[in-house]
Design a protein around this ligand. Structure first.
Ligand code: URA
Length: 258
């Protein structure tokens, strides 16, 4: 079994599934770029937060909240921004976590993947998506011929682990989001992939079901944004992996059209 087949098997996508109504989809995937190394895989226990994509809890963030949160006052250089995040105590999450988790990857990446917030593994290691959900995310990236750190940046909506694996609250998101906005302004990705409802609704500034947000090209400050399931949700609902694959194919086509 070759590496591609192994990845597709893990995603429940083998034999390779191609949408009939999207001509050129497999060509698009084939053109993403070569992979020369396997992703870092961790043997960590499953301490990821349980993400429920079907609930309709709202972050109730508006675009105005985002603006009001001080995005334009943050430094527009990586070292100062990283230092500000390290020093941040602006919300109650920092008191309960081990360290801030800034984000990781190619700072000039075309692809930005945004999750919800650090879980226990990420809190311990200081890097996003290093637990079981991260392993699945790495395989999702491989399925479209991407890999962590190469033309890919990975970040979260909040930089500090919410206690008891709960979702971040609206005020915590509003306080933290300016940091991500600044990261996005620095990276200037070609595409943002919002992983899960929390990331999607925080970035889009409106509440909606994940199902209604999938399959549409959204806009974040002029950058195309697509929405897909959070890997932690996919671990618990593997039958949805085929839909995530559709979303990834849509994402690849979007990047190629830019
Ligand atoms: N879940 C997230 O949303 N982000 C992480 O970094 C890890 C798990």
């Amino acid at each position: 079994m070759d590496r591609n087949e192994a990845v597709l098997r893990e995603l429940n996508l083998y034999p390779q599934w191609v949408r009939r109504d999207v001509p050129g989809q497999s060509e698009a995937i084939n053109n993403v770029g070569a992979i020369h190394e396997s992703p870092a895989q961790t043997g960590a226990m499953n301490t990821d937060r349980a993400i429920d994509e079907t609930t309709s809890h709202s972050t109730r963030l508006s675009k105005n909240d985002n603006q009001a949160a001080g995005y334009h006052e943050l430094p527009l250089h990586w070292p100062e921004l990283k230092q500000q995040v390290r020093d941040c105590t602006a919300c109650k999450l920092r008191a309960g976590c081990t360290q801030t988790v800034f984000g990781v990857g190619d700072e000039q990446a075309e692809w930005l993947f945004v999750g919800e917030g650090p879980g226990a593994d990420e809190d311990a290691q200081g890097e996003p998506f290093v637990g079981q959900a991260g392993k699945l995310l790495d395989n999702m990236l491989l399925a479209i011929k991407l890999r962590r750190g190469r033309n890919v940046y990975i970040a979260n909506i909040v930089k500090c682990r919410p206690p008891n694996n709960r979702a971040p609250a609206a005020d915590e998101i509003a306080t933290c989001l300016p940091y991500l906005q600044r990261q996005i302004a620095l990276i200037k990705p070609k595409l943002i992939v919002a992983l899960g409802k929390t990331a999607a609704t925080a970035l889009l500034g409106r509440d909606a079901t994940l199902a209604s947000l999938r399959g549409t090209l959204h806009d974040f400050n002029g950058i195309p944004l697509v929405v897909t399931y959070h890997p932690a949700y996919l671990l618990r609902s593997p039958m949805e992996k085929a839909k995530a694959w559709q979303d990834l194919c849509f994402a690849v086509q979007t990047v190629h059209q830019k």
